[in-house]
Design a protein around this ligand. Structure first.
Ligand code: PGA
Length: 261
């Protein structure tokens, strides 16, 4: 077992696996792709749509694999038709939850305040939030990286105290770089490193001392096996959030293997 900090490779399957056979196909190919592959210092976190969480947990068993959800509500129980609570996710086997993904900001109108409620509720239920922050195309054009990240960081993590911050995973995900937004290029290694340093600085400012050392900072946006060295390893990131490529089991496993080396 290596002594380096465990890297994270998170699969955000988004709203896919519409048909049962698609799910079975993914499972069969993933099990084939993963066979004989040992990951020493990398954890896979699979975040399927809610409806498939139990199937994933039943079908895939490995010490190196954990499960999560793509969203949660900010209350734990009660008359909130259609919602899924952090407690439900936790008690049905999830350990992580993605919070603040740009697609939820865009299509569901989630604000930093709503995301903050969700982060707080997730922590309360014992989930580790994977908080997505990052600038969109317009903000990038106006050189707003610093102000956007600072605002999202402060507002989404409002009232998250020193004792809980180590349970947060921060994903720097420039919205314009997400594959669904059809980017014509990706951030350079230096740009990703710059965002990481900014997040580190904010952590040190807000939380002081060694606590901030424990927070993992990962990268998301069009990650594939061919670019994972530049966007993750060379940029000193602690892992990746993978959307499109997570639907291709061999590719997804290859990303994890590259990071694990
Ligand atoms: P992508 O998605 O890897 O397809 O760009 C990442 C995400 O939106 O989380």
């Amino acid at each position: 077992m290596s002594t380096k900090k465990e890297a994270l490779v998170v699969a955000n399957f988004k709203m896919n696996f519409n048909m049962r056979y698609e799910l079975q196909h993914w499972f069969a190919n993933f099990i084939k792709a993963k066979k004989g592959i040992r990951l020493d210092s990398t954890r896979l976190i699979l975040c399927p749509p809610f409806i498939h969480l139990s199937s994933f947990i039943k079908k895939i068993r490995s010490k190196q694999i954990s499960f999560g959800a793509q969203d949660c509500f900010w209350e734990q129980k009660g008359a909130f038709t259609g919602e899924i609570s952090p407690t439900m996710i936790r008690s049905f086997g999830g350990k992580y939850v993605i919070a603040g993904h740009s697609e939820r900001r865009r299509y569901k109108g989630e604000t930093n305040k709503i995301i903050n409620y969700k982060v707080t509720a997730a922590l309360k239920a014992g989930l580790q939030p994977i908080l997505c922050i990052g600038e969109n195309a317009r903000e990038k054009k106006h050189d707003m990286l610093f102000s956007v990240i600072t605002k999202q960081f402060k507002e989404c993590l409002y009232d998250v105290g020193r004792s809980r911050i180590k349970d947060i995973i921060i994903c720097y995900e420039p919205v314009w770089a997400i594959s669904a937004n059809k980017p014509d290029h990706l951030p350079t290694t230096d740009e990703i490193m710059e965002a990481k340093l900014l997040i580190k600085k904010l952590l040190i400012q807000e939380y002081e001392g060694p606590v901030s050392e424990h927070v993992r900072i990962i990268y998301g946006g069009s990650v594939v096996s061919k670019n994972v060295s530049e966007v993750c390893i060379d940029a000193g990131m602690d892992g990746v959030l993978v959307g499109g490529a997570s639907l291709l089991p061999h590719e997804f496993v290859k990303i994890a293997q590259t990071i694990d080396l």
